[in-house]
Design a protein around this ligand. Structure first.
Ligand code: DX5
Ligand code: ZN
Length: 215
């Protein structure tokens, strides 16, 4: 069954614990935390201290999405703060294999994200090391952006590759996911759907989460 990962970026941070409990009650699979540094992306969010506080509010696995330069320098602090999945952006890694190995040494799950314009080809040399491949369906930096449809063929390409090589790597999609686009990405092969605005800007979180799952 498709997994759902609400992105807290769109949640009400004045009441973050309440927001987390609300999505927990709907039976979500992961909590997606967007870490932005104002360099790799033109926006700044939060760091390990907030990740730790969120971890103390929930038993859900934390899916930490790093949109930062120099991820190697921060791996340890995000792991210590409770990250269960740690995903780096391929475009920010000069020595990708080294970064992936470093994360694996900490015994957390490792992911690699590709921006919409980055070809699948680039991740092939390390794909066997990954627990998760994150295919961005918007350019990272902000919630509430429009889904980029041209990524669909990359999702299909990744799915085909995983099948051919008998890999169990999750294919996660992130950006502009709503019940309509959920249907498209699931058909193409996505196994984890991240959704921010679709969930947190809606009146009934459980209804949307169910719709995302059941499309
Ligand atoms: C974008 C972030 C996303 C974002 C998704 O850079 O990586 O996780 O919060 O938000 P929506 O679902 O609103 O596009
Ligand atoms: Zn994200």
């Amino acid at each position: 069954m498709t997994k759902i990962a609400p992105s807290l970026l769109s949640a009400d941070f004045r009441n973050i614990e309440k927001e987390i409990k609300k999505v927990e009650r709907c039976g979500v699979d992961l909590l997606h935390l967007d870490i932005m540094d104002g360099h790799f992306v033109p926006n700044i969010t939060f760091g390990p201290m907030i990740v730790r506080a969120i971890n103390e509010c929930t038993k859900l696995p934390l899916d930490v999405h790093l949109m930062i330069e120099n991820p190697d320098s921060y791996v340890e602090s995000f792991v210590e703060s409770g990250a269960d999945y740690l995903t780096v952006s391929i475009e920010a890694c000069r020595h990708l294999h080294r970064t992936i190995s470093l994360i694996k040494d900490f015994k957390v799950k490792v992911g690699c994200a590709l921006n919409p314009a980055t070809p699948f080809e680039l991740v092939k040399p390390i794909i066997k090391e990954l627990d998760l491949l994150l295919l961005m369906t918007v350019n990272p930096g902000f919630g509430g952006q429009k889904f980029i449809g041209s990524v669909l063929s990359k999702i299909s390409e990744a799915k085909k590759f995983m099948e051919e090589h008998k890999l169990k790597t999750e294919i996660e999609v992130d950006g502009g996911i709503n019940p309509k686009t959920a249907k498209l990405v699931k058909e193409a092969g996505a196994t984890i759907l991240v959704a921010g605005d679709a969930i947190f800007k809606s009146k009934n979180y459980c209804q949307i989460i169910k719709a995302l799952r059941e499309q």
